[in-house]
Design a protein around this ligand. Structure first.
Ligand code: CP
Length: 310
């Protein structure tokens, strides 16, 4: 059994195992989680993460309990996060938690006796999103190794970017961080890349690198994480891509990913182009999260899986 808190806790081998299990589970239905109960604690809003974890649990035969807003819980009466976790571990076999505070998932994992899966903690990390991002890249290109990946938008508060960068480091990828200075990639991530001698570029326009990159990873400017509206307004809408700005100006097989939700950064006219893969990416959340449950609960060995036998 294991927690999924940060991509720092994973080796390349661990990641590839999750992707292999996801691939197997996408091909067939297995009731691996029959008689298991998933505790689903969402302290922050979510569409994809909560619903795809729930769908993954149902597909594997589990039952799900929990909440999608803390307002209907005893937190409103002053109960602590610690006690909320103690209660949930008593009622479930695995906990999926999204929280607005950086580090909340690690805190929960230190308390809980059952595995904890981080479904996003503040601006820190979102490891299950990273695994489905990697699953999508592997599905589209056949491998992840050596890809040139451009992250565009809110790289300061974008937890999906932080987790995905940590994972892609292990696959010898080259990074392009494209953002206004105030929401550029955090210094601690840059220092880590330098320490490992990994190629990266800090830029403020995506147009110059479109011909070089394999993956364009767009992100939303995260209004809710800014200290004030004025600072948000200065960078809102700074990158908007559409069919005209992309088609014919990038590599033929370049893919556009986005963790979603989008606001205005990807125009709808891009959706029907061969480059747009963000809806497939979101759909890949189901097999990937099925694999995450299976690994978290130590059930992979019970899966009759040809790929794992290799
Ligand atoms: N990608 C993602 O985390 O989406 P939700 O906020 O809708 O879960």
């Amino acid at each position: 059994m294991r927690d999924f808190i940060s991509m720092k806790d994973f080796t390349k081998g661990d990641i590839l195992e999750v992707l292999r299990v996801a691939k197997e589970l996408e091909k067939k239905n297995e009731e691996l989680l029959k008689n298991k109960i998933v505790g689903s604690l969402f302290f922050e809003p979510s569409t994809r993460t909560r619903l795809s974890f729930t769908s993954a649990a149902y597909r594997l035969g589990a039952k799900v309990l929990g909440f999608d807003s803390p307002d209907a819980t005893s937190l409103k009466k002053g109960e602590s996060l610690r006690d909320t976790i103690k209660m949930t571990e008593a009622y479930s076999d695995v906990i999926v938690m999204r929280h607005n505070r950086d580090g909340a998932a690690r805190f929960a994992a230190d308390i809980a006796k059952v595995p904890v899966i981080n479904a996003g903690d503040g601006a820190n990390e979102h490891p299950s999103q990273t695994l489905l991002d990697l699953y999508t890249i592997e599905k589209e290109f056949g491998n992840i190794e050596g890809k040139k990946v451009a992250f565009v938008g809110d790289l300061k508060y974008g937890r999906t970017v932080h987790s995905l960068t940590k994972a892609l480091e292990m696959f010898n990828c080259e990074f392009y961080f494209i953002a206004p200075e105030v929401i550029q990639i955090p210094e601690y991530i840059v220092r880590e890349l330098e320490k490992k001698n990994i190629k990266y570029h800090i830029l403020n326009d995506y147009k110059d690198v479109l011909k070089e990159i394999d993956v364009l990873y767009m992100t939303r400017i995260q209004k809710e994480r800014f200290d004030n509206q004025e600072d948000y307004e200065k960078v809102a809408g700074v990158y908007i891509i559409d069919k005209e700005s992309i088609v014919g100006k990038c590599k033929e097989n370049m893919i556009i990913l986005h963790p979603l939700p989008r606001v205005d950064e990807i125009k709808i006219d891009l959706d029907e182009t061969k480059h747009a893969k963000y809806f497939e990416q979101a759909a890949n959340g189901v097999p990937t999260r099925e694999a995450i449950f299976s690994v978290a609960l130590g059930l992979v060995e019970t899966l009759n899986c040809e790929i794992l036998e290799k």
